[in-house]
Design a protein around this ligand. Structure first.
Ligand code: DLL
Length: 433
């Protein structure tokens, strides 16, 4: 089943034709309206007329998270603010948030992408779609909510957390499709078992899980505990949110919505475009966004693209699960966290930059522990002093990161000094196959 069969199963030639038409208009739109990018193009000596088809995209300059930070908040806006109807946001490097703007048309297209993902897992207007991605600034809740409406599902806008209530609604209102992060899906599965339910007691048939890395092993375990088929969905705030790519019934890679996003794989060190099938960093050009039209945005996600024929009949190129990142961003409980954000808080709070971040996954839920060395002056024998400092630092970290870490203040000179690069992060989770 397809949401937009014509475009989802269009021939390669038809898709290329659409992309070629859109890129010419989009580059003109950006050049005329986004001074920041116009300056980058001028610096590189590229004019809009040089871009005649998607083959010419490689002539354009890249955009990175650092550009988003420099241009924050309005510098990459492609239209008057009065035409924008919403923002969504996520954390960025060194604490500056990524703020993405949307016109009503941008939202419609984004929600259509999410609708494609829901129909791809068998969703129809007879389904009850329980959305427990976070609502609000995070794109997960709002994106899948909009997609679910478009498909005509009865939508349960649960947002994340309050697992007891999630289970109550799931069981009482016969939810058939579950949308959340894979780790939360696993947690819901465990909680259902603890509450005495067997997998066949719920009416769920499919889950749409993404926003963080997860393995095939985890897929099998979620499928077993919930009695469903579990599908992957990918996206990022910068390109609109979830639905840039989604899995179909083949459960073997995610179809990229190529009529809206042009994908390239580059060598993260040289920026050179790699041939299809090679592993590298994923770069997206949005082909029709009005408000936040990013060209050649470097996602930092490492993956592989393939054009092998898919049994589902969709023709759009597929991306593998992200296999890692070319920067140091971690995704903890679905929230993007940069070590530099943690360091910024420590320095602002007058702690020395001697710290270690330990990330683990216990009972399918991520843990974040931050060990911070205190200076001789801050050092106190009184346990209550240390505990009060830890609590204060945890609160500041929570505000900065959007998730609550456990802070451990440790005596001076107890964190191992490294002779080369400091080992700031120890990630004990097994996130990739
Ligand atoms: O995580 C958007 C989203 C919401 C996707 C709900 C899927 C479902 P950001 O918070 O901006 O946006 O984080 C984007 O998350 O660059 C990847 O590193 C990672 N990511 C997203 N989906 C997947 C996935 C949302 N399916 C960053 N597998 C991206 C692995 C993913 N990593």
């Amino acid at each position: 089943m397809y949401y937009q069969p014509e475009i989802e199963t269009a021939s390669r030639e038809e898709i290329l034709k659409i992309q070629n038409e859109k890129i010419v208009k989009q580059v003109r739109h950006v050049y005329d309206n986004v001074k920041y990018y116009r300056d980058l193009m001028d610096k590189k000596g590229v004019k809009p007329e040089d871009i005649k088809s998607v083959d010419d995209i490689k002539k354009l300059p890249f955009l990175t998270k650092a550009d988003l930070r420099d241009a924050y908040p309005y510098g990459l806006l492609g239209t008057d603010l009065k035409n924008c109807v919403r923002i969504q946001s996520t954390s960025g490097t060194t604490g500056k948030r990524v703020v993405a703007f949307y016109t009503q048309k941008d939202i419609d297209l984004w929600e259509e992408c999410c609708a494609r993902a829901i129909v791809a897992v068998g969703g129809t207007n007879e389904d009850v779609c329980q959305v427990c991605y976070g609502y609000g600034l995070f794109t997960g809740g709002m994106g899948l909510n909009g997609g679910s409406h478009k498909v005509g599902c009865l939508t349960l806008p649960m947002s994340s957390g309050n697992t007891e209530r999630q289970i109550q609604f799931m069981m009482d209102l016969n939810a058939t499709i579950l949308c959340c992060t894979p780790s939360y899906a696993a947690y819901i599965g465990e909680s259902l078992a603890e509450a005495g339910y067997k997998p066949e007691d719920n009416k769920l048939k499919a889950g749409i899980f993404g926003a963080e890395p997860w393995t095939e092993e985890m897929r099998r375990s979620i499928e077993k505990s919930l009695g469903i088929k579990a599908y992957d969905i990918y996206g990022l705030t910068e390109t609109s949110g979830p639905g840039v790519a989604f899995e179909c019934e083949a459960q073997a890679g995610m179809h990229i919505n190529e009529d809206h996003f042009y994908a390239e794989i580059i060598d993260p060190d040289t920026g050179e475009v790699l041939p299809e099938g090679e592993k590298g960093e994923l770069v997206f050009t949005s082909l029709d966004k009005e408000a936040f039209p990013l060209l050649r945005y470097r996602t930092r996600d490492i993956c592989v693209l393939t054009r092998e024929k898919c049994s589902c009949g969709r023709t759009h190129v597929k991306m593998s699960k992200p296999m890692g990142r070319s920067d140091d961003m971690m995704i903890i409980r679905g929230v993007n966290v940069f070590p530099s954000q943690i360091e910024t808080v420590l320095l602002n709070e007058k702690y020395p930059p001697n710290y270690q971040i330990v990330v683990d996954r216990v009972n399918n839920s991520d843990t974040l522990d931050i060990y911070v060395e205190i200076t001789q002056e801050l050092f106190s024998d009184k346990v209550s002093d240390t505990q009060a400092r830890e609590k204060a630092l945890e609160a500041t970290m929570r505000t900065m990161l959007g998730i609550g870490p456990k802070v451990h203040l440790v005596p001076p000179k107890t964190i191992t000094r490294s002779e080369g690069k400091a080992v700031r992060v120890i990630d004990k989770r097994k996130l990739h196959d």
